[in-house]
Design a protein around this ligand. Structure first.
Ligand code: MTE
Ligand code: MO
Length: 187
């Protein structure tokens, strides 16, 4: 092999490594999202869902606006996600004692009761942080914020969110579980 064909061979090997994905561009922001999956556990069953499974489900878009326990507001934004009711559909009938445990990848845990699983019984505030009544709140697993994939910093790829039908409706931030990793039904 002369020097010229040698270099050609090396170039072809490098090119094929790129094309086969062995060398990846480290500006690819979606690597973490491809590795993410959600574990569902109920009655001894375990199921996993990928981000693309969740994106294929019917989506809901609403107003995303929350307040932390320290009074810091996050929003107003427009959020999109899959309905929690669709995601837990395979778990079957729920009753008064049913509880859903939502875990973040940091082991943060938030528990929803049977009423909240139906999308009711959430505390809502107006922009002056006075409680408001009769707001339509839809619990979702949110993957998009203001039309962009939810960033890791904001709790992405998937965050539990309480989206409002109306603008200016604020919900309690403590329930907005970031980096959702597992949903467990306790009967
Ligand atoms: N996974 C996870 N989610 C979480 C928390 C957490 O510590 N871990 N903190 C909660 C609390 S108490 C609040 S007030 C909000 C804060 O949201 P922010 O970090 O986007 O400001 O996230 C909630 N979701
Ligand atoms: Mo909080």
């Amino acid at each position: 092999m002369n020097q010229k064909t040698g270099w050609l061979a090396v170039s072809l090997i490098v090119l094929s490594l790129f094309m086969s994905g062995c060398i990846t561009d480290d500006t690819d922001e979606n690597t973490g999202d491809e590795n993410w999956n959600l574990t569902l556990e109920w009655d001894g069953n375990t199921q996993h869902m990928s981000l693309s499974d969740i994106r294929k489900m019917p989506s809901y878009t609403g107003h995303a606006y929350l307040v932390s326990t320290t009074g810091i507001r996050y929003g107003p934004y427009i959020g999109t996600g899959a309905l929690l009711s669709d995601i837990i559909g395979p778990m079957g009938e729920l009753n008064e004692t049913s509880r859903l445990y939502l875990y973040g990848s940091d082991e943060y845990l938030w528990v929803l009761d049977n009423i909240q699983l139906k999308g009711e019984g959430y505390i809502t505030f107006d922009e002056n942080l006075s409680e408001t009544e009769n707001q339509i709140i839809t619990p979702v697993l949110m993957y998009e914020l203001d039309g962009k994939p939810l960033s890791e910093e904001d709790g992405g790829p998937v965050r539990f969110a309480l989206l409002s039908e109306n603008p200016g409706v604020i919900t309690e931030g403590s329930g907005w579980v970031k980096w959702v990793s597992k949903l467990e039904l306790h009967r």
